[in-house]
Design a binder for this molecule. Structure first.
Ligand code: PMP
Length: 389
């Protein structure tokens, strides 16, 4: 034996219970955690297939779509991005990406890797796109695919109120619209069919309250036709929607094994979706928005300022707070975690060092948790400003 049995694995597993008030993952409701402890079944067992059908119905509901090519990919949100782009893009296709934070930057990076001819329209961090900027981009580049992030979690910005207009423009310019809703779904309205969104995806670990590891995704018939008429195969077997769609019985043909679905995660997502269905998606969105308003008021009372100036551009699920001059935000984070096991996050990409981020998602979007977070923040600010620092 060259490698001894590791001592670390001879101790019990230790996982603390934390309150996850960052930009995701959020805490899973007990019902989701319980579901994941149920027995593992095979990936083509009849019961697994029924649960896949239930999950598909739940995804169609939260996305508000009747698209038959709707399923959950076994991956985190990044895999949703990869699948959306790798299926739509053939080498040389024009892709326009709206960049106002890290997610647009990453989408542009991925689109280039799949051979897209990528252009961007850009806005500074903290701002969203006006219709004119989108129209100028579409007129100038005439792309086949247009990518927009509905909830820029790195800056706390939502594209919400422009979505319908963007869709109108898309129709005029005949390009496929891809929308990232990883951070926004359930906190910001989205009507996939009504807005004629061609590809929409999200993550399981935010408002849906399941653990990370599954990415709900849906393709319109127009997007499906583009994939079906590809001249080259999708570059990544694992993302190939024609194969995945067959496994998920999206085409009315018998299911064929594609990969071994992480069935325990599937149970968790099934329950997360069931909870949203019980509440109703509109009520769920209204709850997130009401919690965000309470958070904004409380932050103001603490003397803090929001990073996103325009009220209507604020993303209810992820609030970005300006780091006050001279304050070490790491002390705020450290105090909250050490004393209360409460997670507050720093910035990401263009906002590193500039903001703290508070997430209100799913099980954690309650008035009680908002008030508790504000109380902890208040104490943490005092701690960070006290003379010993
Ligand atoms: N898009 C957006 C808007 C996100 O907020 C995130 C995650 N924070 C992702 C994509 C990537 O998701 P994941 O970390 O689950 O891969």
């Amino acid at each position: 034996m060259q490698v001894d049995r590791p001592g670390v694995l001879q101790k019990p597993l230790s996982v603390p219970d934390k309150l996850l008030m960052g930009p995701g993952p959020s805490n899973c409701p007990p019902r989701v955690l319980h579901a994941m402890s149920l027995p593992v079944l095979g990936h083509l067992h009849q019961e697994t297939c029924s649960i896949m059908d239930e999950v598909k119905a739940g995804i169609q509901y939260v996305f508000q779509t009747k698209n038959s090519l709707t399923l959950a990919i076994s991956t985190s949100g990044h895999g949703g991005m990869e699948a959306a782009l790798s299926n739509l893009i053939e080498p040389g296709d024009g892709v326009l990406v709206a960049v106002n934070g890290i997610w647009g930057q990453r989408a542009a990076d991925m689109a280039r890797r799949y051979g897209g001819n990528v252009n961007t329209i850009e806005k500074p961090a903290g701002e969203n796109f006006c219709l004119n900027a989108v129209e100028r981009g579409l007129t100038q580049y005439r792309p086949a695919i247009f990518f927009v992030t509905q909830g820029e979690s790195s800056t706390g910005v939502t594209a919400q109120h422009h979505q319908e207009f963007i869709n109108e423009l898309d129709k005029m310019y005949n390009c496929l619209l891809v929308v990232d809703t990883v951070a926004s779904l359930g906190g910001v309205p989205v009507y996939t069919d009504q807005w004629e969104i061609d590809v929409i995806y999200t993550g399981s670990q935010k408002v849906l309250g399941a653990p990370p590891g599954l990415a709900p995704i849906s393709f319109s018939p127009r997007a499906e036709a583009k994939i079906a008429s590809r001249k080259t195969p999708v570059a990544v077997f694992y993302w190939d929607m024609m194969l995945l769609g067959t496994y998920w019985a999206c085409f009315g043909t018998p299911r064929i094994y594609h990969h071994t679905i992480p069935v325990s995660l599937l149970y968790g997502l099934r329950e997360g979706l069931a909870i949203v269905v019980e509440e109703g998606i509109n009520k769920c969105i209204a709850r997130h928005q009401a919690c965000a308003r309470r958070l904004y008021d409380g932050l103001e009372k603490l003397g803090l300022s929001l990073y996103v100036e325009k009220k209507e551009a604020r993303l209810p699920t992820v609030t970005t707070i300006k780091v006050p001059k001279g304050l070490d935000w790491r002390l705020v984070q450290e105090y909250s975690m050490k004393k209360y096991r409460l997670e507050i996050s720093g910035g990401l990409g263009p906002t590193v060092g500039k903001v703290m981020r508070v997430g209100l998602m799913g099980y954690n979007a309650t008035m009680e948790k908002v008030d508790f977070t504000l109380k902890v923040l208040g104490e943490a600010l005092e701690y960070a400003r006290s003379p010993q620092h």
